[in-house]
Write a protein that binds this ligand. Structure first.
Ligand code: ADP
Ligand code: ZN
Length: 301
């Protein structure tokens, strides 16, 4: 039996590149309904998601909706394009208004990126509870980073795109990288598709001793070096298919990070216990959909 809580009942939509998940509940111990919808053309997909939430609203006192979306998305409430995707490479989805598709529901709507939402969920219910500043990074089909500082996801002109930071290359590595925008940015060196482009083998079939993992660990170590120095997280939770399925990788990334920081500034604190700094997320694959619930609840505060 789910545990009932005092938290407000909300709906959440996690909009992903291949599938979307709608959830109804108050938190991880109290999810009352869950519906998966395949991500196809925008109009039909958004209509199916809105229909699901609308049915829940008709039968339950749903207070708010949260949408955790793939990006890039416009998060600036002052912008005419707030709530839309902007410049997304996903065919057919660029400039599609996401939030507007749910406005007819008539309930408050929170909107953020999937990784910012996952970070908020980890802060509320998972591996970043009690921390003031932390990040959630997924290394999968792409590399996405969500940052929370002082209880809020980092937003400005838009959301962060730390997965596309340029980083120092492993000595002797001249492979150009696979990012269509930047070549050898972090995503272009260490995402699942980048590993496959470099080796000709899917990341899942690459043996743990393959030298490509050195380049991947180095690239992720460099990404976290920059993130640590620029946004001072107290912990970074690292998930996504590449890291989750390669248990040898995170220890190697910790070593690369510690070596790269070289004891400078707060790097010394990280070096004392890197396994408590770079950690797997606690909510696992549920972080995104629970993040959508967290976004909804935040609109009510
Ligand atoms: P997404 O990023 O699309 O949300 P995931 O986080 O599950 O989804 O990441 C999918 C990626 O994980 C794929 O691109 C694939 O390259 C990679 N992957 C899947 N299984 C493994 C594995 N066993 N080892 C390394 N990488 C894997
Ligand atoms: Zn890039």
């Amino acid at each position: 039996m789910p545990t009932r809580t005092d938290a407000p009942l909300c709906a959440g939509v996690e909009l992903g590149g291949t599938k979307c998940i709608c959830v109804l509940g108050t938190g991880p111990e109290d999810i009352r309904a869950e519906v998966r919808v395949e991500t196809r053309a925008p109009a039909g997909t958004l209509a199916a998601l809105a229909r699901t939430v609308s049915q829940w609203c008709a039968g339950h006192p749903v207070r708010a909706l949260g949408i955790a979306s793939f990006g890039p998305a416009d998060l600036d409430p002052r912008s005419a394009h707030y709530g839309s995707l902007v410049g997304t490479p996903k065919p057919g989805w660029d400039a599609i208004p996401i939030v507007a598709a749910f406005r007819p529901l008539g309930i408050p709507i929170g909107f953020d990126t999937d990784v910012n939402a996952a970070a908020l969920a980890e802060g509320q219910w998972g591996g970043a509870r009690g921390l003031d500043a932390f990040a959630y990074v997924t290394v999968g089909t792409g590399i996405g980073a969500g940052s929370v500082v002082g209880g809020h996801s980092l937003r400005g002109l838009s959301h962060g795109e730390a997965g596309h930071m340029r980083i120092a290359r492993l000595a002797g590595d001249t492979w150009p990288g696979s990012c269509p925008f930047h070549g050898d940015c972090a995503e272009g060196l260490a995402s699942g598709p980048a590993i496959q482009a470099r080796t000709g083998m899917p990341a899942a079939t690459l043996p743990a001793e393959h030298p490509a993992w050195d380049a991947v660990a180095h690239a992720l170590g460099g990404l976290f070096h920059n993130l640590v120095l620029a946004t001072v997280p107290e912990r970074i939770l690292v998930g996504g298919g590449v890291v989750a399925h390669q248990p040898q990788l995170l220890p190697r990334v910790r070593t690369a990070l510690v070596r790269s920081l070289n004891g400078y500034a707060h790097g010394a604190r990280i070096a004392r216990a890197p396994e408590q700094f770079l950690c797997p997320p606690q909510l696992g694959e549920r972080a995104g959909s629970l993040g959508a619930i967290a976004l909804a609840q935040r609109t009510l505060r």
